[in-house]
Design a protein around this ligand. Sequence first.
Ligand SMILES: [Zn+2]
Length: 197
Amino acid sequence: MRVCDSNFPFDSAQLTTYHRAPMSETVIPSQIEPDKWADRAAIVEAELPLKQFVRLLDGAHSDVGTVAVNLRFSRDARRFARMQGTLTTQVSLTCQRCLEPVDIAVAAEVDVYLLAREQDCDRLDEEEDFVVYGEGRCLVHDIIEDELILALPLVPRHDVCAPHIMAALAEQPEADVVVEKRENPFDVLADLKKQLH
Ligand SMILES: [Zn+2]
């Protein structure tokens, strides 16, 4: 279960925007009223800047890019607000095999109920995902970010790492041995003897 932070100050300007908004959205307010969005079957098709997703970018090499958001809101038979859709983006992470940057395509399927009251979750089936929000407003941006983070691979890595980097990593232990030999005083002595003969 996740709970939306509802402590964000109320912005009356947003409410005005909401009342004028068409059914299809290309921007997402910082907070939405899920019941109203569900009642008007709102559809969101937006490209959000990747740099807005600070938690998703933890450890990433770049914040350049966008998150493609396709969401639709609806009421189900139980009158619960439901948000479904897809989120796609690309994040530059560190390959855990060669330690070089790797572009990871992230795609998340979203199907979540937005519940005004925690006790409503008793009426959901066990496999149904939900978020409880407070004060009549929900931070959709945070839900989007959570879903993207959950869709990240546990171990990011290239399908095939760059051959020259793998070769350099493989040679590393041998290089250490060579350095040790050179520093061995007996070898230095042997070399001197050879030069004298
Ligand atoms: Zn790699």
